[in-house]
Design a protein around this ligand. Structure first.
Ligand code: MF3
Ligand code: CO
Length: 255
């Protein structure tokens, strides 16, 4: 069931989203060679706690996972696409890191992700990240009353495929509100003019995932959470929580 949010609910979701944006900004600022993923998790945990919010991912148990999620952020390095569990791995020069974070404030949830390089960047990684950001921007630009979920999916997928990148099937964006995962699903590839119609009060997490090798294949690591590319190529993942308003899209997860 799709829940349409009131204007007051969207203002409350903006405050939850702001906490997520600030946690991601702080985490990104702390990421450099030598810093461990667990240390980055602590940075995000502190920002969320000091804002009076609750980390959404911690202990989250979706149907696809065998164990509750054990951390505040997902930290996915290089060939990890999403859901990387922060551990004692220390970032190295040239790593590509995707950080995903969720927070709940006053009963409302925000969910967002960023991808960036650490230390000296490879041109190929910068191009992958820029394309993921362009795909997210294209998906957000497709958000307007009267458009459909398929228009968002198509805009994302076309941007990724035109640049030669793969798209993992079966994972994508989602409705969001009091819970992190609500209807409708927001696939990262699809047919324009199809799917659930957008209207003011609908709030969506839009989250393109791009695989550098151009193939779609991925698998889950033995930890039961981390998704990795089959070909070992790198991946980028970016995400915003976005409200449909009468004036078009409103991004809720900026700092
Ligand atoms: N942005 C991710 C998603 O929508 C975050 C989930 S991580 C989890 O699936 F640990 F909470 F599952
Ligand atoms: Co999400």
């Amino acid at each position: 069931m799709v829940e349409i949010k009131s204007a007051a609910a969207i203002e409350a979701m903006r405050e939850a989203g702001r906490v997520v944006g600030e946690a991601l900004a702080a985490t990104r600022a702390a990421a450099r060679p030598g810093v461990s993923l667990r240390e980055l998790d602590e940075v995000a945990a502190r920002v969320i706690r000091e804002a009076g919010a609750k980390p959404t991912f911690l202990d989250y148990l979706p149907s696809f996972a065998p164990v509750p999620y054990p951390a505040v952020i997902c930290a996915s390095v290089n060939d990890a696409i999403v859901h990387g569990i922060p551990d004692d791995y220390r970032l190295r020069d040239g790593d590509l890191l995707s950080i995903d974070c969720g927070a709940e404030l006053d009963g409302w949830t925000g969910d967002a992700a960023v991808s960036f390089t650490v230390g000296r960047a490879a041109d190929a990684d910068l191009r992958l990240i820029e394309t993921a950001e362009a795909a997210l921007a294209a998906g957000i630009a497709a958000v307007r009353t009267g458009a459909r979920i398929g228009d968002i999916a198509h805009a994302i997928g076309r941007t990724a495929r035109a640049a030669g990148y793969g798209i993992p099937q079966g994972f994508g964006g989602h409705g969001i509100g009091r819970r992190m995962h609500e209807d409708p699903d927001v696939p990262n590839e699809g047919r324009p003019g199809r799917g659930f119609p957008l209207r003011p009060g609908l709030v969506l997490a839009i989250e393109p995932m791009l695989l550098a090798g151009g193939l779609d294949g991925y698998h889950c690591a033995p930890d039961g959470w981390t998704l990795r590319t089959d070909d070992g190529s790198r991946a980028a993942h970016v995400e915003h929580t976005v409200a449909v308003t009468a004036d078009g899209p409103r991004i809720l997860t900026l700092p």
